[in-house]
Design a protein around this ligand. Structure first.
Ligand code: SF4
Ligand code: SF4
Length: 334
């Protein structure tokens, strides 16, 4: 679970009709910014959108009933791992996100497959009941013993207080998440935490709050490390956001190489479709205009629409709000 959510094309307010309509030009006629794939460092697998809970602002609208993205199988994941090898893509990390990945029946097999190939694995989880089933715990312990810190888990804890965490995730969601984190910590897994920045407190105060919690519970997580405590900006589908033109990079002092689609891709399996779809990032799982083909090979060659010789044109409000202006990234290596 990356923990964020979407409709087909967010931004349905009056500005959205004009902005983000031409893949090549912004509303002012400037060249729309685009991002080239520099190196496929992290390949994400969306394991399916089903989740054991339903959070208020889940970016992917996961729930116990949302199966718009269905479970990917170990065989399908394996075909992508093969492709990474045959294409010589230098990918070092496989990320698993959902939904809740541990609801996918093939989850342990997919993790083991990636680790056996020498890849690092990052699993985004809420650490609640699906992860805490005895079969999963046994499997995780076995993998940890065999592969050590090559296996990392990132647990979503929306705030360091039970009260605010449960505003987002529902009542009785705090204690199971803490129990999952306790278990991971006690068993020396490599863990990180994902939180949100929507609580009207500055980042420094937020990091200090998490630091106190982690210290009290004995978690070995460096809250000053943005890769160990990842704080995500909120995504508001109805907000009016500026478009990003090519000239914005210099003005904002942001490099295209800092944006997730310069170093990642994700595969999703849409319900009722017989082809898988590669998309640029974890942030845009549903918008079909960002589909790049059924294989990594197809995705590298795509041109036209939202793509420019394999580069991604930033023609979506989330490109501005979350990535360029918000600094959102999803990789463990960031
Ligand atoms: S735990 Fe919440 S945010 Fe994460 S996938 Fe499930 S519903 Fe979404
Ligand atoms: S939301 Fe847009 S800018 Fe951000 S990673 Fe995805 S395609 Fe790139």
């Amino acid at each position: 679970m990356t923990d964020t959510a979407y409709s087909e094309r967010p931004g349905t307010g009056p500005f959205a009709k004009l902005k983000f309509s031409d893949p090549d030009r912004t509303i002012n006629g400037e060249q729309r910014a685009f991002v080239s794939l520099k190196r496929l460092e992290t390949f994400w697998i969306n394991t399916g959108t089903l989740c054991n809970i339903e959070c208020v602002n889940c970016y992917i609208e996961s729930s116990p009933t949302n199966d718009r993205l269905t479970y990917i199988t170990a065989a399908e994941a394996s075909a992508f791992f093969d492709e990474i090898g045959t294409l010589g893509l230098e990918t070092h990390e496989i990320g698993f996100t959902g939904g809740e990945p541990f609801m996918n029946p093939d989850m342990l097999a997919m993790i083991e497959d990636a680790l056996t190939r020498g890849l690092d694995v990052l699993v985004l989880t809420n650490a609640m009941a699906p992860m805490q089933r005895p079969r999963i715990k046994e499997g995780l312990l076995k993998l940890r013993r065999q592969f050590g810190a090559k296996l990392a888990l990132r647990v979503s804890l929306d705030h360091y207080t039970q009260k605010l965490h449960e505003i987002e995730r529902g009542s009785r969601s705090w204690e199971p998440a803490i129990a999952g984190l306790d278990w991971l910590s006690e068993n020396v897994f490599k863990i990180s935490v994902a939180g949100r920045t929507c609580w009207n407190e500055d980042e420094e105060a937020g990091r200090l709050g998490y630091e106190k919690l982690f210290k009290a519970r004995g978690y070995d997580i460096d809250t000053s490390d943005p890769g160990a405590l990842v704080l995500f900006p909120e995504m508001d589908d109805s907000a009016d956001v500026p478009e990003i033109s090519s000239s914005c990079w210099g003005i904002l002092n942001v490099s295209p190489n800092d944006v997730m689609c310069s170093f990642s891709r994700m595969v999703v399996k849409r319900k009722g479709e017989d082809r898988l779809s590669v998309v640029p990032c974890t942030v845009l799982p549903y918008d079909r205009s960002f589909d790049m083909g059924a294989t990594l090979s197809e995705s590298l060659a795509i041109d036209g629409g939202c793509f420019k010789q394999g580069a991604v044109k930033l023609n979506h409000p989330h490109c501005s709000k979350f990535c360029v202006l918000g600094g959102g990234k999803c990789s463990a290596s960031e």
